[in-house]
Design a protein around this ligand. Structure first.
Ligand SMILES: NC(=O)c1ccc[n+]([C@@H]2O[C@H](COP(=O)([O-])OP(=O)(O)OC[C@H]3O[C@@H](n4cnc5c(N)ncnc54)[C@H](OP(=O)(O)O)[C@@H]3O)[C@@H](O)[C@H]2O)c1
Length: 339
């Protein structure tokens, strides 16, 4: 029987990459994609992929898409509760146990709200094997906890009826494989912040705050494995109580990143001084904003917090480790795309 996938966020950085990876690796799968805007080259690039028009608030469309699929791969908005509830509802209507791979993010364990570690190395490292109880117990207002809680409850309430894996990548770098959004957020926002500060290549505090990273290529290796595990019915290895995946392959302090960034921006004539400079909390808070989220302290989260995760589960399952050039070697291409 044909294995059927329903995918959301197929025009996004992560979702577009997942779609591309699976469509190319498994032309035998039948793929449907929810799109609110259909990219121009979509049908010519993916002639066998079925388009379902809709957005994340279209409960009945999403539930029907999920019901018809063996596997739903949900990307695009890690915090959208309505779309996640629709997917779970649809999968539970199936006569067999459907699968869901949900995209969350390691922002769930970032310490951006913990002033003690702004600009400093936090010794805490989170494991996707041994830290799960602690992650589930994080306060309800922690980033992504709203949707992860819905998933934990579904796994508890519907044993044998639904199989769910949570993908929890850290910051991602590298060109996306999809048709529309092909770049991640961190580097463009760093360049934006440096420009807003009049060319100051900045760090806060000691600049030793450290985050994990993964390349898009390495992340896709992990996605493909989890998709293939769903197609082969490997619930015990990859889903439900075994279904939580960090994906980081390396970590870097903010100071390491801006030291390389400063040199590249200086070579490009964007800044006059390549040397990183310490800035105040006020400057950090003001240097970047996201339209519509002006109250959110994005600068603290991206540039002064720690988020240190270890992909131990996939390492144990299939020897997952980084194969791509590291972030620092890849920064030039990221920065050139951002200036
Ligand atoms: N990028 C990273 O480094 C990273 C790392 C870890 C976790 N994450 C998580 O991954 C999620 C997605 O990130 P991304 O970088 O892939 O985002 P992105 O490039 O902005 O992609 C978002 C995708 O979701 C679609 N979408 C969003 N809201 C929608 C709605 N209401 N209805 C229909 N489609 C909707 C967008 O469609 P349109 O094209 O129509 O806008 C697009 O396809 C984020 O929530 C983030 O927490 C990202």
């Amino acid at each position: 029987m044909t294995f059927k996938i329903f995918l959301t966020g197929g025009s996004g950085y992560v979702g577009g990459s997942v779609l591309h990876t699976i469509a190319r690796a498994h032309p035998e799968y039948e793929i449907s994609v929810l799109l609110r805007r259909v990219p121009e080259a979509f049908s010519s690039t993916y002639p066998d992929v079925k388009i379902i028009k809709g957005n994340y608030d279209d409960f009945s469309t999403i539930a029907a898409g999920a019901e018809a699929a063996n596997l739903v791969i949900h990307n695009g908005d890690s915090d959208h509760e309505g779309s996640l509830n629709a997917i779970i509802t649809g999968l539970l209507r199936r006569s067999d146990a459907g699968y869901l791979i949900h995209l969350s993010g390691s922002g769930i364990v970032a310490d951006g709200n913990d002033g003690r570690y702004h600009g400093k190395l936090n010794p805490k490292i989170w494991s996707d094997l041994t830290s799960l109880e602690e992650i589930r117990s994080l306060p309800a207002d922690t980033l992504h906890q709203n949707t992860e809680t819905i998933i934990h409850n579904a796994i508890r309430d519907y044993p044998g009826k639904i199989n769910i894996a949570i993908m929890c990548p850290p910051d991602i770098y590298g060109k996306g494989k999809g048709l529309v959004k092909t770049h991640s957020v961190f580097v463009p926002m760093l360049v934006q912040g440096i420009k807003a500060l009049g060319g100051k290549v900045f760090f806060y505090g000691e600049g030793t705050n450290t985050r994990s990273w993964v390349s898009m290529d390495d992340l896709m290796v992990l996605y493909l494995k989890v998709v293939q595990a769903s197609a082969s019915g490997d619930v015990a290895g990859y889903f439900n109580n075994s279904g939580y995946f960090f994906a980081g392959t390396q970590e870097h302090s903010h100071l390491d990143i801006v030291t390389v960034t400063g040199k590249i921006l200086h070579q490009q004539g964007v800044v006059s001084d390549p040397k990183p400079i310490q800035i105040s909390l006020e400057e950090l808070d003001a240097c970047v904003t996201i339209p519509g989220y002006e109250d959110m302290k994005v600068g603290r989260y991206l540039f002064a917090s720690n988020s240190r995760t270890r992909a131990e589960r996939s390492g144990k399952l299939f020897g997952y480790k980084g194969q791509s050039p590291g972030l620092l070697e890849s920064l030039e291409a990221e920065i050139l795309a951002s200036i």
